[in-house]
Write a protein that binds this ligand. Structure first.
Ligand SMILES: Cc1cc2nc3c(=O)[nH]c(=O)nc-3n(C[C@H](O)[C@H](O)[C@H](O)COP(=O)(O)OP(=O)(O)OC[C@H]3O[C@@H](n4cnc5c(N)ncnc54)[C@H](O)[C@@H]3O)c2cc1C
Length: 443
């Protein structure tokens, strides 16, 4: 193992290290643009991923490069920032250092000093203690994961086309999505559209429209973050697309060629299915547990560490932790239940950037307060639900709102242009331009 110390960035006296160039970390870095600080952004991947559109890569509607943008490019005009490609594997709070592994030059165990640290490591899917299901039920959290799912979905149709046995063919044409949150609903809707619209006519031996898409959700409705009326509208819209929402059902086993599903009455049915997509429980990045252990802070059942209402780690005002990996505790001890959403992480990132700037001026910053601007989920072509400050909308108006909001938050003018062009083309032709089976995430 080769160890070392990573030197200063641009040479200013205050060193701010930001871990994670996702929604939270990137906003913190950008907010520090006018500050006289030396910022180092460390991420294990060289791009910012727009996760809300990952399901469109997984279903061949968009290409990976259209939802990911290189961090260096995003920050090219921000002179006080350097980007370091490395994995953070440890925190030494006494020495005010983080430990970096897997640097591109092969070094490991390299330390990086900070005066202020911001950690925004995000989250990952949790298989509720069944990690053996992971190989059979991939998740959408990363770009590689989205490409893997795309390969599996498209390969399943190819396998069905050449499969002479009826039962086996049906198992290739059965798709099970686990988890009825926004990602599960989007995935199920898109697979149904792929089968019924985009692929129809492309195959000779099979009718892709006969594909079964099951959406399994333990709760008694999908989209539990929305009011029940919108959940029920979403279920009806899914059914119209050809999805079977199995609410009140739980997946109890996942194998290479079947899924066992328990109904509300306790009966377990084994369904032959070759493609299973995991969109269920979420757990915080392991960085939360590492940082909490180093600081003596608490973590909850989902692995999120508790931070104070100014988003600092208890006992360490020089360390901020934000985004999916934290939960905020008010000064009276109550926990603020913030959802694992991009706007939460972005607002927290901007707050931290502002707080650091205020500190440099000797000013204090009032506690963080999340401003909830509403909730959106899309189901398919012209179908979405929106709950914006109590105004509940579904169908085409909600879908247009969804499109506009996602385009607005997508980073990079080029990506916005490419995505809008793709969407327009797909809307008119019902086609999907990125239907490649490929091992490379660049395709
Ligand atoms: C499939 C999917 C769909 C979603 N759809 C929506 C949606 O429609 N609307 C919405 O509001 N939210 C959506 N979300 C949630 C949203 O993406 C998250 O809430 C948001 O990304 C959280 O931001 P973050 O900064 O905490 O983490 P992230 O954005 O995940 O960023 C974490 C960053 O940290 C880096 N990192 C992690 N560990 C290390 C390490 N050890 N060393 C170095 N770098 C590390 C990662 O590479 C990553 O760049 C979706 C999430 C998923 C997975």
């Amino acid at each position: 193992m080769r160890r070392g110390v990573l030197g200063r960035g641009v040479g200013l006296s205050q060193r701010v290290v930001v871990v994670g160039g996702g929604f939270g970390g990137l906003q913190a870095v950008r907010k520090l643009r006018p500050a006289a600080v030396d910022v180092t952004l460390v991420d294990r991947q060289n791009f910012h991923l727009f996760q809300p559109l990952a399901y469109q890569v997984a279903t061949g509607a968009l290409s990976p490069a259209e939802i990911a943008v290189p961090l260096r490019w995003v920050l090219r005009r921000q002179a006080n920032v350097r980007v370091v490609l490395a994995e953070v594997t440890g925190f030494d709070l006494e020495r005010r250092q983080i430990v970096l592994d897997r640097l591109p030059n092969g070094r490991r165990g390299v330390t990086l000093d900070y005066d202020t640290l911001v950690v925004s490591g995000g989250s990952q899917y949790s298989y509720f203690g069944h990690d053996d299901w992971r190989p059979h039920a991939p998740e959408l959290k990363s770009l590689d994961g989205a490409v893997d799912i795309r390969n599996r979905i498209l390969s399943a149709f190819e396998a069905a086309e050449v499969e002479p046995d009826d039962d086996l063919r049906q198992s290739w044409l059965t798709f099970v999505v686990v988890g009825g949150g926004p990602t599960g609903v989007e995935m199920a809707g898109q697979i149904a559209e792929l089968a019924r619209d985009s692929l129809r006519g492309d195959f000779r031996a099979i009718d892709t429209g006969a594909a079964r898409v099951l959406l399994v959700e333990t709760a008694d409705r999908v989209l539990t973050g929305f009011p029940p009326s919108l959940s029920h509208k979403a279920e009806r819209a899914l059914e119209k697309l050809g999805v079977t929402p199995l609410v009140g059902h739980t997946v109890v086993d996942v194998g290479a060629d079947s899924v066992s599903i328990r109904s509300g009455s306790g009966e377990v049915e084994e369904v032959g299915a070759r493609t299973v997509i995991w969109a269920a429980g979420v757990a915080a990045s392991p960085l939360a547990a590492d940082l909490a252990a180093a600081a003596g802070a608490e973590v909850d059942r989902a692995g999120r560490m508790q931070v104070r209402e100014d988003l600092t780690v208890p006992g360490h005002p020089e360390i901020f932790a934000i985004g999916d990996m934290v939960q905020v505790a008010r000064s009276d001890g109550t926990i603020v239940a913030l959802p694992g959403l991009a706007p939460v992480a972005m607002q927290e990132g901007r707050y931290v950037g502002r707080a650091i700037r205020n500190r440099l001026r000797g000013d204090t910053t009032p506690p963080f307060r999340y401003v909830d601007k509403g909730n959106l989920a899309t189901i398919g072509r012209s179908k979405a639900v929106a709950d914006v400050k109590g105004i509940r909308v579904s169908g085409f108006p909600a879908w247009v709102t969804w499109l506009v909001v996602h385009l607005f938050y997508l980073i990079g003018f080029q990506n916005r242009l490419l995505v809008v062009t793709r969407w327009t083309f797909s809307f008119v032709t019902r086609g999907r331009g990125a239907r490649l089976i490929s091992e490379s995430a660049a395709d």
